[in-house]
Design a protein around this ligand. Structure first.
Ligand code: GLY
Ligand code: MN
Ligand code: MN
Length: 446
């Protein structure tokens, strides 16, 4: 099955990366520097590594996708405020593992003010950090304290010349993560593309599904489409759960056969230019819902559609989750899966037997993207234009004897990706059918 290749959106410009570094520097206390390491290769087995994926924060500020790079930001420095250390050029290694940017490439391709190879780092850092009183580091980084200690000893070179001493360090993450939480137009275009690829893949899997195939064969359809469309692959481990496997929230074995009469839940998204799609659809393996499946599906769909419709600036994720809980609980009572008063079932959290995750998370360079969910302990954060989130209610009915047989072992989740706009919202993933009639019509058409 060949599908049309979707037109690629433009890459983030060098000017935008420059602007991001300036915005970060403008927030630093005076006389400070930022030190931000990029990612490194990770061993997969013996001497083979996983495909390199740049750390999201480093990529956000540089656009550089090589391992073992380090960004230093030095506000006010005349010789250049942004400095990158990068892998040493090495013709032998490059013959094995691919071309490297080198210092000149970092400057010309990425608009960094100054760049050096890593071999020069030890000699250069004391000079760069001389007189800086405060370091901003990613404190959750494994090597953060090593970097801080190294900087402390390097700062002594400046002190000997009478320059101010290094006084301490702070976490740079909250500043970068607050910036990443509000997406630019160019980022939204990349997310639109990552989600469009993901949507194509889900349609492809829906059209392919039939009894007798196995879960991994739908995984293969999805991941083929991700790469065919120019994505780097899945943004997270693809979940294909047939029947009761759909009730395991992070089921990634994808090894079971798909049975006639069962539903299959697919939670899968492509990564494009490091931006993630994150779509879930649940549909009948054979193309037709039975009555119990349809009834339960309608409860989730109703909650999901109302949650998406409520998205606009000022609303909070807590509000959205609360609405979903109320809608799911009402549906569970109607179907006889819960008993009692609606408000009591909500207050006493009876729904948690069937729905135990939250409704939304931020989406961006990370599938569970960075950014705060609360302004403080008591106040959820209101949505703002440029935020991107998922809406993913579900119901997971255990295979237990007090449950009517028809509902046992059914798992349903419906997940869309949504941008908050000035006017309200834009759904990025509505190319994949989610209404019962639309799913059945698509599956009947192939
Ligand atoms: N695929 C992970 C999630 O939906 O959050
Ligand atoms: Mn998901
Ligand atoms: Mn999600």
């Amino acid at each position: 099955m060949l599908t049309d290749v979707l037109p690629r959106p433009p890459a983030i410009t060098r000017a935008e990366y420059h602007q991001r570094r300036d915005t970060l520097m403008a927030q630093l206390l005076t006389n400070a520097a930022v030190i931000l390491p990029g990612g490194s290769l990770v061993t997969r087995s013996n001497d083979s590594e996983y495909t390199f994926r740049q750390s999201s924060d480093f990529y956000y500020l540089t656009g550089i996708s090589e391992p073992d790079a380090l960004l230093v930001l030095l506000p006010g420095r005349e010789a250049g405020q942004s400095v990158v250390f990068c892998q040493d050029r090495d013709p032998t290694m490059e013959a094995w593992t691919g071309r490297r940017l080198g210092a000149q490439g970092v400057i010309t391709a990425h608009g960094i003010d100054q760049a050096f190879e890593n071999a020069e780092r030890e000699a250069m850092m004391p000079e760069l950090l001389a007189g800086r009183e405060l370091l901003y580091l990613p404190l959750d980084h494994d090597g953060a304290l090593d970097i801080a200690e190294e900087a402390l000893s390097q700062a002594k070179a400046g002190q000997r010349r009478g320059l101010p001493a290094l006084k301490g360090w702070m976490d740079v993450n909250p500043l970068i993560h607050a910036m990443r939480q509000i997406k630019s137009e160019a980022e939204i275009a990349l997310l639109r593309h990552a989600t469009a690829i993901s949507a194509h893949a889900h349609v492809r899997a829906m059209c392919t599904a039939r009894p007798g195939l196995s879960e991994y064969q739908l995984q293969a359809e999805l991941e083929h489409e991700f790469v065919w469309q120019g994505g780097s692959g899945p943004a997270y481990s693809t979940i294909v759960g047939g029947g009761a496997n759909a009730c395991v929230l992070h089921y990634i074995e994808n090894s079971a056969p798909l049975a006639d009469g069962e539903l299959v839940l697919i939670d899968a998204g492509a990564e494009f230019e490091l931006y993630a799609g994150d779509i879930t659809r649940t549909f009948p393996v054979s193309g037709r819902f039975n009555d119990a499946q349809r009834a339960l599906y309608q409860v989730v769909l109703h909650a999901q559609e109302r949650a998406v419709a409520a998205i606009q600036p000022g609303v909070t994720l807590a509000d959205i989750h609360k609405g979903v809980v109320a809608d799911l609980t009402a549906g569970l009572i109607e179907l006889g899966l819960l008993e009692g008063e609606l408000q009591t079932c909500i207050d006493e959290q009876h729904y948690r037997r069937f729905y135990l995750h939250s409704t939304s998370h931020w989406l961006g360079l990370d599938v569970h993207d960075v950014g705060t969910y609360r302004l403080n302990a008591d106040t959820p954060r209101p949505l703002e234009p440029g935020m991107v989130l998922t809406v993913e209610p579900g119901l997971y009915i255990p295979d237990e004897t007090d449950i009517p047989v028809a509902y046992r072992g059914i798992g349903i989740r419906i997940e869309d990706n949504v941008v908050v706009t000035n006017q309200g919202h834009e759904v990025l993933t509505d190319q994949v059918p989610k209404r019962v009639a639309d799913i059945e019509a698509l599956m009947a058409s192939d």
